[in-house]
Design a protein around this ligand. Structure first.
Ligand code: APR
Ligand code: PHB
Length: 389
């Protein structure tokens, strides 16, 4: 088999890239190691920037997002029991859309099926070869049979644990990483959200976040220790702890329910440089991870895909590799801005086990400054709704 671009991974990055390339008449195959049901069963974040919405529109996959997504003009932060609102729309004239990443994945899969493009699920042992030649090949095993696909380019959209980044010789890639000393315990529940906007909480017992997926489905998170397990957190204990961390108004609206998903995720900042090796280009979580506090994971994947799709279209339409040659630098400039914002939001809102009295007072001073300064709120809003790309 031969295609123009092999895409490894059918998460949001790979699927969005596949759609944008298909629109330009570029032929792709997606190789995904898991089953379609497994990919659709993963619960991920759900705040979408306007830039990502625009790309989904271009990909022909934004219909349901526009019908079912919740447009949020701002967000709230609780500190010392007081609620403070950051009004995105007034401060920077932009909004975000709350819509589950799982739903985006589903919409993109449906769009791919509608155009008849190929995705091979349960493709195991994917390996990349001859990446510095003009004819890379990608091998995989399906139902016990080894297959080989030759192509012009490989898009590594296979997430943090994928094979693509690991296929780059160690001496040609540099990793930058910060691992945070806590995780997020997340619960998904069929109960109405306790507020109509997202509520972020800095509490002495730890961070909390009250988010949502729809008017009848809530998503809650609690900062937890890294050595804790979901079994340590039965539903009633979770709600008891959450109600301690929020303010009285939120407590009054909090409706406990049977959780439909419960998981613990560690928090990490990670960037691999460069995002290219020969004719392999990395995009999304394959190249970088942000802690979820800034809601940037999917949005950053979308901006990578925007740059990469443009570069590939330019290559096939005009024969120019200028866009591909500039891809890593362009994408990384935006990646680091989102890394900075995500690190800052994480530092601002969590309780760090090792923090000294000095650190705690600096954090409180930073929050007080934020709540009293229009300029500081504007900076938060500008980053949260998404920097231009
Ligand atoms: N071979 C084939 N597929 C692979 C391999 C492999 N060796 N390793 C991983 N995959 C698949 C995974 O099963 C997954 O479906 O690649 C896909 C990667 O998807 P994601 O992890 O979702 O990464 P990405 O598409 O870059 O999405 C960006 O936004 O909210 C954030 O982190 C969140 O996943 C999210 C990200
Ligand atoms: C979510 O709804 O899952 C969510 C929202 C905002 C974040 C992180 C996660 O910052």
């Amino acid at each position: 088999m031969r295609v123009q671009v092999v895409i490894v991974g059918s998460g949001p990055s790979g699927l969005l890239l596949g759609q944008l390339l298909a629109r330009a008449g570029i032929e792709t195959v997606i190789l995904e190691q898991k089953s379609q049901d497994y990919v659709l069963g993963r619960i991920r974040a759900g705040v979408i920037e306007q830039g990502a919405v625009r790309l989904l529109e271009e990909a022909g996959a934004a219909g349901r997002l526009h019908r079912e997504g919740l447009v949020h003009d701002g967000t709230e932060i609780i500190f010392r029991g007081q609620r403070h609102r950051i009004d995105f729309k007034r401060l920077v004239g932009k909004v975000v859309t709350v819509y589950g990443q799982t739903e985006i994945t589903r919409d993109l899969m449906d769009a791919r099926e509608a155009i008849g493009a190929t995705t091979i699920y349960e493709a195991t042992d994917v390996s990349l070869h001859d990446l510095t030649s003009d004819q890379p090949t990608v091998r995989y095993v399906k139902d016990g049979v080894t297959h080989s696909v030759s192509c012009d380019y490989v898009a590594g959209c296979d997430g943090f644990h994928g094979v693509s980044r690991r296929s780059i010789p160690e001496e040609l890639i540099q990793n930058f990483e910060r691992v945070y000393p806590f995780g997020w315990l997340g619960v998904l529940v069929d109960q109405p959200p306790l507020s109509h906007e997202l509520v972020y909480v800095n509490h002495e017992r730890g961070f909390a976040l009250c988010s949502m997926r729809s008017p009848t489905r809530s998503r809650y998170y609690l900062q937890c220790r890294l050595d804790e397990h979901v079994e340590d957190w039965p539903d009633d204990k979770f709600y008891e702890e959450l109600s301690r961390r929020v303010d009285p108004a939120a407590r009054a609206n909090l409706k406990p329910g049977v959780s439909i998903e419960k998981s613990i995720a560690p928090l990490r900042s990670f960037v691999a440089e460069p995002m290219r090796y020969g004719n392999l280009f990395l995009a999304g979580d394959a190249a970088h991870i942000v802690p979820p506090t800034g809601a940037k994971g999917l949005n950053l994947a979308a901006s990578d895909v925007f740059y990469l799709s443009q570069a590939l279209v330019e290559r096939y339409r005009k024969g120019s590799t200028k866009g591909l040659d500039g891809y890593a630098e362009k994408a990384l400039a935006r990646v680091w801005k989102a890394e900075r914002f995500s690190w800052w939001m994480t530092s601002l809102l969590h309780r760090f086990p090792e923090s000294s009295g000095f650190d705690q007072r600096i954090q409180a001073a930073e929050l007080d400054y934020l709540f009293s300064s229009e300029a500081a709120q504007t900076a938060l809003a500008e980053n949260y709704v998404g920097l231009p790309y």
